[in-house]
Design a binder for this molecule. Structure first.
Ligand code: ADP
Length: 311
């Protein structure tokens, strides 16, 4: 059996996915990227392999993606996260229909990707210059509110009052704004809901740059935040396709690309060896015919027959 791995080395988290030749996911893992990027990525990879009972040598083809993709020197291929995200979303989204727009919010950037009818990337827009509207911003807000990032969704749904207006467009100013809102007695739930709406508005402005086309797929770590999902759907007036494991779509896409590359290389090699074999047979025939004209296979030749004047 052949296995393919995709590793997405993101700014905040390393994501690993292993698939078989039928593109079935055998397992996936999310770990912190941290400061020792390569070491942490390697550990996450090997620990997933151990969990699913595989060894490094069992991986036929390894593809890396994400901002730290070049650090993994023993990878067979590196690929941009836009392509890997698109391939992963196309495959995961299949049961829902044809995915045409991807919204990806990561740790330090957010992206909008437009796909054509065949699932190829036709356009994309990216915000990687400002932390506002990214996972890092949500992590910072959670820290200021003394809650866990993973609890943001619950706080959102527990808000009973009007969501607090969070207007700052810069993460640094938003931090002061959140502290100011707490000082004025606003509840944490209403502040969380206000933050989600502010991120949703900012994200939709980005998506409009590539055009909003059905079906819309939302992934990246913050897609695990149900409050943010609800805010995006409210602001868009549309439902989003949210995969079961939104953080690993890109790693999964990388593994699929690896499987395709491997298949392509294998077929090329097979074709090349059959061409080489044919050429060798032809050369052997030609050689034989120079030794004994009776072996000549030249079309229409009378050599070797009674009508041949040289025989
Ligand atoms: P990157 O690829 O840039 O490392 P990710 O797509 O892995 O980014 O997203 C990381 C972000 O996802 C974190 O900063 C955090 O805000 C968010 N996140 C991760 N897990 C959860 C969760 N369970 N609930 C809510 N948010 C989460």
């Amino acid at each position: 059996m052949e296995y393919f791995a995709g590793i997405d080395i993101g700014s905040t988290a390393v994501k690993v996915a292993v698939i078989d030749a039928d593109r079935q996911i055998l397992g996936s893992k999310v770990a912190k990227t941290g400061a020792l990027v390569y070491k942490n990525a390697q550990e996450a990879f090997l620990s997933l392999l151990a969990e699913i009972g595989l060894k490094r040598k069992d991986i036929t083809y390894l593809t890396t993606t994400g901002y730290g993709r070049k650090l993994f020197e023993d990878a067979d291929e590196t690929i941009s996260e836009i392509t890997a995200n698109a391939i992963g979303a196309k495959q995961v989204g299949k049961p829902f229909g044809t995915i045409r727009t991807i919204i990806n919010i990561g740790g330090q950037d957010s992206k909008a990707i437009s796909l054509d009818e065949d699932g190829n990337v036709s356009n994309f827009a990216m915000n990687d210059r400002c932390a506002a509207g990214t996972g890092r911003f949500l992590d910072m807000a959670a820290r200021n509110l003394e809650i866990e990032t993973t609890d943001l969704g619950e706080f959102h749904y527990n808000a009973e009052g009007t969501p607090a207006a969070v207007n700052a467009t810069c993460a640094v100013f938003a931090e002061s704004e959140i502290i100011g809102l707490l000082g004025k007695g606003h509840g944490r739930e209403e502040i969380v809901k206000g933050i989600h709406f502010s991120i949703a508005k900012r994200t939709i402005r980005l998506v409009k740059r590539v055009g909003i086309q059905e079906l819309l797929y939302f992934d990246g770590g913050p897609a695990l935040n149900k409050g943010l999902v609800a805010s995006l759907e409210d602001e868009l007036g549309k439902r989003l396709v949210i995969p079961e494991f939104p953080q690993v779509t890109t790693a999964f896409g990388a593994a699929i690309i690896g499987q395709e590359s491997y298949q392509y290389e294998k077929e090329e090699q097979e074709q090349l060896s059959s061409e080489t074999e044919n050429q060798s047979l032809e050369l052997a025939e030609q050689y034989k015919s120079t030794l004994d004209p009776k072996f000549s296979k030249t079309e229409g030749s009378t050599c070797g027959t009674d009508s041949c004047s040289s025989c």
